[in-house]
Design a protein around this ligand. Structure first.
Ligand code: SF4
Length: 234
């Protein structure tokens, strides 16, 4: 690491090793399965917070079946929405968040669509998204990367944990800073692949508790391999 930036060779090696193990097209992730509409991706990202992809996909599928148009969600209101998205958990909180976001889009864009952000100048789409109620850098980055085809590197809990252990980012940076560092030090064409592969790696091998260092395909480039905090597990 140079300063708080990862060395280019480490990024390239990590990307290659993870790609060999996991592929990295994102088809197994929630956001790889909900299509490319930016409002769909935004709502799916809200539903995905603090739950599994399976649960949030079930909730998203129910939501789209019950409300084929987003205007119908506003007509129904948060109490009805809460019942529909129950499989994702935190129903009241997520229903309120989704309704607030849809209202804000309608008020600021004139209708519930984010299609006008496609092709927007760099930074403009991110500013609009981060100006919506409860939308932070990670959620905005998911919409930018998965729906709008713009360069962004979402940092979820798995990306954050694995990136710190491997040494892509310093231990003490917060997630917003981590996103900035990764976006400035990783080639944009690697963003999507590296993002989805870091998530796969965090779920399968570099788990929060008892990471499987002895079975890890990237241990040769990992700062934390076999350290007391991350002992090798047979
Ligand atoms: S060697 Fe261990 S700590 Fe490092 S990435 Fe692999 S599982 Fe995680």
């Amino acid at each position: 690491m140079t300063g708080d930036r990862p060395d280019r060779e480490v990024v390239e090696m990590l990307d290659r090793l993870l790609q060999e193990r996991y592929g990295g097209d994102g088809s197994g992730l929630l956001l790889g399965q909900v299509g490319r509409d930016p409002v769909d991706v935004l709502v799916a990202t809200v539903l995905s917070q603090a739950t599994s992809d399976r649960a949030s996909l079930a909730a998203f599928t129910r939501l789209k079946e019950r409300f084929p148009r987003w205007e119908m969600v506003l007509e129904a209101g948060p109490v009805e929405l809460e019942k529909v998205i129950a499989p994702a958990g935190l129903g009241r909180q997520k229903a309120t968040r989704v309704v607030d976001i849809l209202k804000a889009i309608q008020a600021r864009a004139g209708r519930i669509s984010l299609g006008f952000l496609k092709g927007a100048p760099a930074g403009e789409a991110a500013r609009f998204l981060e100006g919506l109620p409860g939308v932070g850098p990670k959620t905005a980055a998911c919409v930018l990367l998965f729906a709008l085809g713009q360069a962004a590197f979402p940092v979820d809990t798995h990306v954050y944990r694995v990136a710190r252990r491997v040494g892509l980012i310093p231990e003490k940076v917060d997630r917003a800073r981590a996103q900035k560092i990764l976006q400035e030090s990783v080639d944009p064409e690697r963003y999507l692949r590296l993002h989805v592969n870091l998530i796969a790696h965090g779920r399968e091998v570099c788990r929060a508790r008892r990471p499987r260092c002895s079975q890890c395909p990237v241990r040769s480039v990992c700062d934390a391999a076999g350290t007391p905090a991350n002992p090798p597990v047979p």
